[in-house]
Each structure stands twice: as structure tokens, then as C-alpha cells.
Design a protein around this ligand. Structure first.
Ligand code: LIP
Length: 268
């Protein structure tokens, strides 16, 4: 077990290196589980809300590694909950679980470290594409250690954005936003992994992501990635919370105002 490392600058350095390596390790476990997925290994937590054995295995791996390395840190996981501390790890063991459960290779592991209400470190591992998106506040964003930046898109008729959906939001709200985006000439996708949707905004393969409600473990790493890659990200923890989630918007600068107006979500 590492010594009790505080959450000062040196402590963040240690946590950043640890987080990068842990995300990769968790990705390997997820990929192994994906190769062996069977219908029997899937349970439902609610309508359109899947739980697989791999969700549990990955969260257990991450939780135990953090407890061993940084025993005083808090931990909040999608599947096992947890406690919030001065420094808290916020983890989605499999984001894109509905895809994972049906054998669709579009999922990731999302790990964020939050200190006093500010996300300081974010990692999103996509084991299918062997991609690790990583960011530290103030130090930029990378994909497989190469710097990334948001897209230069300004013409909305060439823009491609993602609009997230879940049964937590009335369909009418989703359809109104979808209609407004299409009326602006944008291409609108939904990949069912909000973390990957945000990572793709950060590396310029998508121009924006919006969702009326997301949980903290789905979005905190991705929102930091977009900020550090030169994009605009809504103040998730000002309007939402670690415990209850909230609205999410993130975009390349040239698309941000139109995305906000069409979805009714804001950056202020
Ligand atoms: C997913 C989110 C996504 C949302 C999906 C789902 P999960 O998280 O990342 O934003 O649109 O409905 O909630 O459940 O796959 O971890």
C-alpha cells in the first residue's frame, strides 16, 4: 500500500500516473469480459438499464486498487456507490453497458478524480480501439499520449453532434432537442456511451455532446477532457452534483452556442 499521499500537487502527480495505468488495467478486464459475454451474464437494473458481471468485476478491481494506493480518498462508483471525501474517485466501470450487453463494441471505462468539487484528473479507456483519453487540469488532453484538440467546425451544416438519451428524461424533451438540431442542419447521433461521446468531442471526431441528465460517473472525465482540449464544457457540478447528476453540454467553440440554444442546456 502506498503511503498516505495527500491531495496537494505531488499527490495529484502520483494519482495521475496511477489513474492512467489503472484505466488500462480495467480496460483489459472489460475486453476479456466482452469476449465472453453471454445473455445469462446480463441483468436489468431497470428499463434500458443493464448490469453485467463485467461491470461488477471492473468496479471491484478499480475500487480495491484505489483503496490500497490512496486509502483516505473517497470512492463513488456506478454499481457500488461509496463515500465522498476531500479527494474522491468517480468511476463508471463500463460506460455503454447497453452496447456491451448486446455485443456491440462501443463502451469504455471512465475514471475521474475530484478534489473539492473540481475535476483534476480524467481517464477514459476504450479497450476495443486500444485508446486511452487522459487529461489533467491545466496540463492539456491526450489520446494514447498524443495531444488532442477539439474540432475547428463552424458551419453547422457540416457539424456532427451526439444527443444522449436515457429513460430518466421525458421523450418529448429529447425529441424537441433532436428536432431543433436537425433544423440547424446538424448530423445528430447517439452512441449510448456518454463518456465516449465526450472523448470524441475532445479529440475532434465529434463537434458536441449534450444530454439533459447524466450521472457524474458517466461525464466528469469527459468534461475535463473537452476543457483541456480547448472546448467548452458546461458547469456540471454547479447545476448537478456527484450524488444526483445533472445536465451535460460540451462542444467545439464554433458549435457551442448553437448546441446550447437548440438543447436548452447552457455553459453558464
Ligand atoms: C450511459 C451513459 C449515456 C446515456 C446512456 C447510459 P451506462 O451510461 O453514458 O450518457 O445516454 O443511456 O446511461 O449506463 O452505460 O453506464
Amino acid at each position: 500500500m502506498a503511503g498516505k499521499i495527500g491531495v496537494g500537487q505531488d499527490g495529484l502527480d502520483a494519482r495521475a500516473d496511477f489513474c492512467r495505468e489503472l484505466a488500462r488495467r480495467a480496460g483489459a478486464v472489460a475486453l476479456d469480459g466482452f469476449a465472453r459475454i453471454t445473455p445469462g451474464a446480463v441483468r436489468m437494473k431497470g428499463p434500458q438499464d443493464y448490469l453485467t458481471e463485467t461491470d461488477a468485476a471492473v468496479e471491484r478491481l478499480v475500487r480495491e486498487a484505489i483503496a490500497d494506493a490512496f486509502p483516505d480518498d473517497g470512492f463513488l462508483g456506478e454499481e457500488t456507490g461509496g463515500t465522498i471525501a476531500h479527494g474522491t474517485w468517480v468511476v463508471d466501470p463500463i460506460d455503454g453497458t447497453a452496447n456491451f450487453a448486446r455485443g456491440l463494441p462501443h463502451f469504455c471505462i471512465s475514471i475521474a478524480f475530484v478534489r473539492d468539487g473540481t475535476t483534476e484528473i480524467g481517464a477514459i479507456c476504450n479497450p476495443v480501439l486500444d485508446e486511452l483519453h487522459f487529461a489533467r487540469r491545466g496540463a492539456g488532453a491526450t489520446r494514447n499520449d498524443a495531444p488532442i484538440s477539439v474540432a475547428p467546425t463552424r458551419d453547422l451544416t457540416t457539424a456532427s453532434v451526439e444527443l444522449g438519451w436515457s429513460p430518466r428524461v421525458p421523450n418529448a424533451r429529447y425529441l424537441a432537442a433532436m428536432s431543433a438540431l436537425l433544423d440547424l442542419g446538424m448530423n445528430v447521433r447517439r452512441g449510448a456511451s456518454g463518456a465516449l461521446g465526450l472523448a470524441f468531442v475532445a479529440d475532434g471526431r465529434s463537434d458536441g455532446y449534450a444530454e439533459v441528465h447524466m450521472n457524474a460517473w458517466d461525464c466528469l472525465a469527459g468534461l475535463l477532457l473537452v476543457e483541456e482540449a480547448g472546448g467548452r464544457a458546461g458547469p456540471f457540478l454547479r447545476h448537478g452534483s456527484l450524488a444526483d447528476g445533472g445536465p451535460v453540454i460540451a462542444a467545439a467553440p464554433g458549435v457551442a452556442d448553437a448546441l446550447a440554444a437548440a438543447t436548452g442546456l447552457g455553459f453558464a
